[in-house]
Design a binder for this molecule. Structure first.
Ligand SMILES: [Zn+2]
Ligand SMILES: [Zn+2]
Length: 394
């Protein structure tokens, strides 16, 4: 492979990266591009292979030394092994098994660590919801009511999922471990895989007589209304955390949190950047030239602004403290920037046209001539262009 990328570049690490950094970088990429996460995605598969290859080499001190010295050439001749398909690089099954056991054991299988923690109290998972608000509601804050489906421990079976009077039995498939280990032939050779037990879904228990109230899940669900206090200054895409309104915890652990993402509607006039607001305001010719009082829309309502005589188009002014409040302190506010746009009139009546001609004359911008004169000069211009054309065509 002539265009093979540098292994350090593939992992996005420095040449001096230590083992922990390499591992971390590889885990991140593997998690993102793993074929199980991206079924059928050829590009992801290629990226995954590339990262795996880079990590396999760089995590082996001997191979890393060779690579540092000779680059990809170090591995180009010795290949052609069972793994193949990686430009001469030999994906040795045994090596890969180690890597997978090491990296993926706790990456995908749920991991032995979290499995063993099952007996202690565990916080429930976080729930996510979304709330739509207006531009002004984001600026000044608001109260919103959300309806979400909340799970609660089943009161009939107290969360065991078993019919009252019976109790769950140990899962025979995983012997109560909640996970099964098996080896698998994959594109990298033999891979040792740790996976959540398919029979008991990781609980380690099998329920023969299911609780009828919760159908064996141990939970009941109900719709609940939640009040959300949206703070002043929140921006599009930010989330509000409502503590302990997520999934119930296990073994006496607290509930997870509810994370409410805020979706702010676009405003027809205002744009926002952090704490500042931007808008444009039209100025007539006369207002721009002579100055005067104009009304400007702000989130606090209309304000009057004194335009200076001779204001050019694209002039930007600042209305101090008319922006968005800080999330931390709503008394601290950003500014509102207004860009004036001088309007060129398009629907002039005769009277207005005459006034403008007189205005231009008064400014000395325009020689006094009749409309006939204008036509003549247009003709003159045209004949000049014709002559020019003739000259070039000859
Ligand atoms: Zn139940
Ligand atoms: Zn099981």
């Amino acid at each position: 492979m002539a265009d093979k990328r540098d292994y350090y570049e593939v992992l996005g690490v420095d040449k001096s990266a230590d083992d922990a950094t390499l591992k971390k970088a590889y885990r991140k990429l593997a998690k993102k591009y793993h074929p199980d996460v991206n079924p059928g995605d050829k590009e992801a598969e290629a990226k995954f292979k590339e990262a795996t290859e880079a990590y396999t080499i760089l995590s082996d001190p001997e191979k890393r030394k060779q690579y540092d010295q000779f680059g990809h050439a170090a591995f180009e001749n010795g290949g052609g092994g069972a793994g193949g398909g990686f430009g001469g690089f030999d994906f040795n099954g045994a090596d890969m098994g180690d890597i997978f056991g090491d990296i993926f054991g706790d990456l995908f299988g749920g991991g032995s660590r979290s499995r063993r923690a099952n007996n202690g109290p565990m916080k429930g998972a976080n729930l996510r919801a979304r709330v739509n608000i207006t531009f002004e509601e984001a600026v000044f804050g608001c109260e919103k009511e959300l309806e979400i489906v909340l799970k609660d421990e089943c009161t009939t079976c107290h969360g065991t999922g078993a019919k009252p009077g019976t109790s769950p039995t140990t899962c025979p498939k995983c012997n109560g471990e909640g996970q099964v280990v098996y080896t698998q032939q994959s594109m990298f050779g033999m891979v040792r895989n740790v996976q959540t037990c398919p029979d008991c879904h990781g609980t380690g228990k099998i329920i023969k007589d299911k609780c009828s109230a919760c159908r064996g899940t141990g939970y009941t669900s109900s719709r609940k209304k939640i009040q959300v206090s949206v703070p002043a200054g929140i921006d599009n895409g930010q989330s509000i955390r409502i503590r302990e309104k997520g999934e119930p915890g296990t073994n006496g652990g607290p509930r997870g949190d509810l994370l409410v993402e805020v979706n702010v509607a676009r405003h027809p006039i205002f744009q926002r950047q952090d704490m500042n607001i931007f808008s444009t305001a039209p100025l007539t010719y006369a207002q721009a030239a002579l100055g005067g009082t104009v009304r400007i829309n702000t989130v606090d309502g209309d304000v009057e602004y004194e335009v200076k005589p001779g204001t050019q188009t694209d002039t930007r002014i600042r209305l101090k403290g008319k922006g968005v409040p800080s999330l931390r302190n709503k008394n601290v506010r950003g500014d509102h920037y207004v860009t004036f746009v001088v309007q060129v009139p398009t629907n002039l009546n005769e009277e207005a046209k005459e006034a403008l001609r007189k205005f231009d004359e008064a400014c000395g911008n325009r020689p006094k001539e009749s409309s006939e004169g204008t036509e003549k000069s247009e003709k003159k211009k045209k004949s000049f262009m014709d002559k020019l054309k003739e000259t070039f065509e000859d």
